[in-house]
Write a protein that binds this ligand. Structure first.
Ligand SMILES: [Zn+2]
Length: 415
């Protein structure tokens, strides 16, 4: 796979970039491979920088991902709490900002299996998805969600159907921070948004939360930028957009690590009607020296994970991981002791006989926890802890056998 290195900041084009984190030889998050091909998968260092001029945290390399996303199968839509979130988001957005409007058009970029657009459609919106993955596009179309298959680029706007040349909502859920040129995307979105009341709705990982929890696993090749409320506000303003909402869906109803914002063209009626949102990022996130200290904390977190797994297995006990999404794969990839995990469980494993990239941990479905029981379970997808615990109670697992990734990283694990 081709890797392209940048020479300037993705947001302000400045050249004063400071590297603060180095994760050597990391894989792609969804690149599961047959055991016999282990070692041949893509691996490349992940270096994370902060721009000294605009303070946007970012990577400075792009991996050519076309085929990879085409084969991507990971969908959040399967979980009840994810479906609930999608309905809340659509309902709140329409009632708060677009109440009384008819024929609302919603375009989602990176629309996955169409779960979010279905929530908008059920409320009477006209919807259109854009999704690179073949499998997810097919799943969306089966649900009755019109979806164009492909990677969305600035040029894609020219290929939208005539009825979607102007839209009321452009939505991106955990897609915006995958774009190599995020600023160019905002400009393109603005060009099709209704200038009177158009809304750009973006959900990404919140850098502030990543650092609070030392969730280094979210530093991925797939991610280009890592925003806080402060850098999101500044980025939107560069493209004459105003963020009017950071709390569209209450934090308790969002995924574990979410920065959700609603922006509108700065000259729109909505920008006049609603006050601009305020940054809630603590001031130290604007201090360049803060970031070197964070890298040290992250190294400590990785050491805590290794100690935890080593202690359990040294006592003759068996441990498995739960959740083979990006969190699980990247967490294991940076550890020394990950190969001591018996396996990593996923609700919908990508295939049979596969192992996780770099760590080589076997990927299995939920029945493995019954057929080949373990003593302890390290839960990578900790946002779904309660659902996972109640689902596995029928196999005889007790709540005390589950350990949240966040607790282990912070050295708070009970084992
Ligand atoms: Zn910059």
């Amino acid at each position: 796979m081709h890797v392209h290195t940048l020479t300037h900041c993705r947001i302000c084009s400045g050249q004063r970039r400071r590297r603060f984190l180095h994760l050597p030889e990391m894989p792609l998050t969804d690149d599961f491979i047959p055991r016999e091909r282990f070692g041949q998968e893509f691996r490349h260092d992940i270096d994370v920088f902060i721009c000294e001029d605009c303070l946007t945290v970012q990577t400075q390399h792009d991996v050519d991902m076309g085929d990879y996303y085409e084969d991507y199968q990971y969908a959040v839509g399967a979980s009840p709490s994810a479906s609930r979130f999608m309905r809340l988001l659509a309902g709140h957005l329409l009632s708060k900002y677009l109440a009384g409007r008819k024929g609302i058009k919603v375009l989602e970029v990176g629309s996955g299996d169409g779960g979010q657009l279905l929530a908008f459609k059920e409320l009477g919106c006209e919807v259109l998805g854009y999704e690179p993955s073949t499998l997810l596009t097919r799943a969306a179309i089966c649900k009755g969600i019109p979806t164009i298959q492909g990677l969305f680029t600035a040029g894609s706007i020219n290929y939208l159907p005539a009825s979607f040349k102007t839209v009321d909502v452009v939505m991106l859920s955990y897609t915006f921070d995958h774009l190599p040129q995020p600023r160019e995307f905002i400009a393109a979105a603005q060009s099709i948004l209704n200038p009177d009341h158009g809304l750009l709705v973006i959900e990404v990982h919140n850098l502030q939360k990543i650092l609070e929890r030392q969730e280094y696993c979210l530093f991925e090749h797939e991610h280009s930028i890592y925003l806080t409320t402060a850098t999101a506000l500044a980025l939107a303003a560069r493209e004459r957009m105003t963020i009017i909402d950071f709390d569209l869906v209450p934090e308790a109803d969002r995924r574990a690590n979410s920065l959700l914002f609603v922006a509108t063209p700065s000259a729109s009626r909505l920008a006049g009607q609603f006050p601009p949102a305020k940054s809630t990022a603590p001031p130290e996130l604007g201090n360049l020296n803060f970031y070197a200290g964070q890298a040290e904390l992250i190294k400590g977190g990785i050491a805590n994970l290794d100690t935890f797994v080593n202690r359990i297995t040294a006592g003759g006990k068996r441990i498995a991981g739960y959740g083979a999404g990006g969190r699980g794969i990247m967490t294991m990839a940076a550890m020394q002791a990950a190969s001591k995990l018996c396996y990593v469980v996923d609700k919908k494993p990508k295939g049979v006989g596969l192992v996780a990239p770099k760590s080589g941990v076997p990927l299995v479905g939920i029945p493995a926890l019954k057929e080949s029981p373990v003593d302890e379970i390290l839960v990578f997808s900790f946002g779904y802890m309660k659902e996972i615990q109640s689902e596995l109670a029928s196999f005889g697992y007790q709540p005390r056998q589950f350990h949240s990734l966040v607790d282990v990283l912070a050295g708070r694990a009970s084992q």
